[in-house]
Design a protein around this ligand. Structure first.
Ligand SMILES: [Zn+2]
Length: 91
């Protein structure tokens, strides 16, 4: 495993773009693996992914019958992802 390196920020942006689909489970296994691989090497992206997962996990634990993430909630996550990717672009 490589140490955190100065990778192309475009990789991060591409990951963020895929992330909202990933959260909806719309991605195939290979793309999910891409995202997880990137998060494995990119600490800011990993932190972000884990925060999102925890948020979803929390939401699901409140719904014992394992409903899918409510649409409004998923939309909020998408807005958050968009905001973060915008911040990455401008910084
Ligand atoms: Zn990244």
């Amino acid at each position: 495993m490589t140490m955190a390196h100065d990778h192309d920020r475009k990789d991060c942006l591409a990951m963020f773009a895929k992330l909202s689909e990933y959260l909806d489970n719309e991605l195939d296994e290979l793309t999910c693996k891409d995202i997880e691989d990137h998060a494995g090497e990119c600490i800011p992206c990993k932190a972000c992914l884990e925060t999102l997962r925890q948020t979803i996990g929390l939401c699901r634990s409140l719904a014992p019958d394992e409903k899918p993430v409510p649409e409004a909630f998923s939309n909020r996550l998408k807005a958050l992802i968009q905001k973060m990717s915008r911040e990455k672009t401008t910084s």
